[in-house]
Design a protein around this ligand. Sequence first.
Ligand code: PEP
Ligand code: MN
Length: 343
Amino acid sequence: MVIVMREDASEEQVQHVISRLIDMNFDIHRSTGVNNTVLGAIGEVHNIDKRNIEVLDGVSEVIRITHPYKLVGRTFQPDDTIISIKDVQIGGDEVVVMAGPCSVESASQIDAIAEVVKQAGAKILRGGAFKPRSSPYSFQGLGEKGLQLLRDAADRHGLLVVSEVMDKTKIPVLLEYADILQVGARNMQNYDLLRQLGKARKPVLLKRGLAATIEETLMSAEYLMAGGNYQVMLCERGIRTFENYTRNTMDISAIPVLQKLSHLPVIADPSHGTGIRNKVAPMARAAVAAGASGLMIEVHHDPDNAKSDGAQSLFPEQFAQLMRECEMIAQAIGKHLGQGAAK
Ligand code: PEP
Ligand code: MN
């Protein structure tokens, strides 16, 4: 249930409504918008007569939500969420680019890649230290050492850090080194992990599951927000279909669909979305044109020798070219790629 307060409602009236809702066993999530306050009341609504809340002073409207998700939806928060991390804002007019290797492999590798992605205009360095590999015999990542190398390289080149958290026991170490904690596609429905990340106070990038519907993706984001973590980004990274010419099917239409339903920023990952180097740039350009708030792109200075996902990693010069193209596309729809994009 969502309670929209009147524009002129006093703080005292808001508090009174909150305490009445708590008495009725609801969990309250407050969103203070530009014009008014909106309260999300999570709990059992079947036996509640909503008129008892409508009559309270300062209440404008009480809406029963038919979607299974509440906090991630636009009824609870009509305005776009903008996530601020240091001097980077995700969800506004800037298309924020996260780039880097699939996996952190060594100090020299991550430093070389950090340098080229920064120069091309990326704001955030990606790199996996704990890797979810389909085979237990494949490279599993450098673990905490990889996170240290990633953080050092990012700091040296003035970048933020995003890296994957694979299980809840690793949340503290990710919180120590990363600015954004990534939940991978294979973990989108690991509800225990989501519940724990709901208690974290750092942004989370939630990737769509391999075969997850849009509603299931939003429900997973709801777990994070229900725990009190409102800094959530959604990421379209391709879904599994009957098509074999690409690794996954990049669902560009998910971008506007998610944006209509949710106020959360939507990031597009065409690297995992296609799995093929020469398909990454066309899908990245399409994602920017479709309105994505950001891109996640795998880049490697020596992809032929990458320990994971070399076949979908862009060469540095391909990435720089893509950034120039995306800058033009962003500008065509009233956005920009940000200062520093290679001209
Ligand atoms: C990744 O970004 O490194 C990754 C493993 O992605 P996904 O979870 O989308 O497969
Ligand atoms: Mn990868």
